[in-house]
Write a protein of this length. Structure first.
Length: 99
């Protein structure tokens, strides 16, 4: 999984186009909201402004995405280091669970 980050310019969003692999994009706000979107080849995921995001590889190969965001968005990893995400992603017996 990636470290996860907010954007330094919090009102900027991001689009991920998954090129290869399987996984989930997990997202959270500082108000405690949580969301997830499946990632797979050809699937596009929108990360709205103000949402921290982390991609989690749940497959057996690399998870590869093409990401587009404003050049000045920046990466704020520090808040996620302190806050973490409210859920983790587990793969058990081929099933994906978040808890
Ligand atoms: Fe981002």
């Amino acid at each position: 999984m990636t470290k996860g980050h907010y954007h330094t310019v919090a009102e900027t969003g991001e689009i991920y186009l998954c090129l290869r692999g399987e996984g989930h994009m997990i997202m959270k706000t500082q108000n405690g909201e949580f969301a997830s979107e499946p990632m797979g080849r050809g699937r596009m995921v929108y990360v709205p402004p103000y949402w921290a995001h982390r991609s989690v590889n749940t497959g057996d190969e690399d998870l590869v995405s093409f990401c587009v965001y404003p050049a000045d968005a920046g990466h704020n990893y520090g808040d996620i280091e302190e806050e973490g995400f409210p859920k983790r992603v587990y793969r058990e017996n081929g099933r994906i669970e978040m808890r």
